[in-house]
Design a protein around this ligand. Structure first.
Ligand code: TMP
Ligand code: ASP
Length: 235
């Protein structure tokens, strides 16, 4: 397999073509942004840690019946993935209140929600990734009704699986964002699952082990990612 031209550069990752039209390389950068890139920085070795964590999580989800784009880990910062057409919505699940839920609805941070809250946001930085409902997603032609139902079904399963996965590492999954793509007519999990895209609190202490350390200037940012990596890989 040969690495070819750069296809796309995002805030945290770069996609490269390969000599196989169905496969691309997802390269993880150290760049970090928050609040729609109003806040920018770098976190030393974040790309290496997020690649390793994402690979482990995708392997676990794949082994438990969730179709994902992961083919294999290629190197420290590179993951070989299926070339999908990304559905331009961010899918969020919240188990406890944090972040924008607290800001938008005046809820106390940490409040346990009586059932998981499922959200769609429009993946569009120019419009600040606005919250949208299923009618927006279908009506704007971003996904079909059938795809919306499939994304919801898969996301609920991913939540149950990831809650268990992290709890076994003494980490509580507070919320997360995932993205889906279309591959040969099927909806599959794409992008990444890492401390950039999940809120992860240590059980008992409530210590934040995720990108909120960067968003909120809590300090020891790299150490949070390292702690998650250590627990996820057992090293
Ligand atoms: P929020 O509380 O800021 O809406 O974030 C909810 C979850 O989604 C949290 O785990 C962080 C993640 N997230 C992303 O991965 N990318 C984003 O652009 C945003 C806004 C949130
Ligand atoms: N990654 C997003 C951004 O740049 C936000 C976030 O994760 O908080 O703006």
């Amino acid at each position: 397999m040969e690495k070819r031209e750069k296809l796309y550069e995002g805030k945290a990752k770069i996609m490269y073509a390969t000599d196989d039209a169905d496969l691309v390389i997802q390269y993880f950068k150290d760049d970090a942004t928050a609040f729609n890139a109003k806040k920018k920085g770098t976190i030393d070795e974040k790309g290496i840690m997020n690649n390793a964590i994402s690979c482990k999580v995708f392997e676990f989800l794949g082994a438990n019946g969730i179709p994902t784009h992961l083919v294999k880990k290629l190197s420290d910062r590179e993951m070989l993935v299926k070339k999908v057409e990304i559905v331009p919505v961010e899918v969020i699940i919240r188990n406890r209140a944090a972040g924008s839920l607290c800001r938008n609805y005046g809820v106390q941070e940490g409040k346990i929600l009586s059932r998981p809250i499922f959200e769609f946001c429009y993946k569009n930085d120019a419009f600040n990734d606005p919250l949208m409902n299923e009618d927006h997603v279908v009506g704007l032609g971003l996904a079909t009704e059938k795809e919306v139902a499939r994304m919801r079904e898969l996301t609920m399963k991913v939540n149950e699986l990831m809650k268990k996965f992290f709890l076994a590492l003494n980490i509580e999954l507070i919320d997360f964002k995932i993205e889906f793509g279309r591959f040969k007519g099927e909806i599959i999990l794409a992008d990444e699952v890492s401390p950039d895209t999940c809120r992860l609190w240590e059980v008992g202490t409530g210590v934040r082990l995720d990108k909120d350390r960067f968003r909120q200037d809590l300090g020891n940012i790299k150490e949070g990612y390292q702690e998650v990596l250590k627990r996820v890989t057992g090293k």
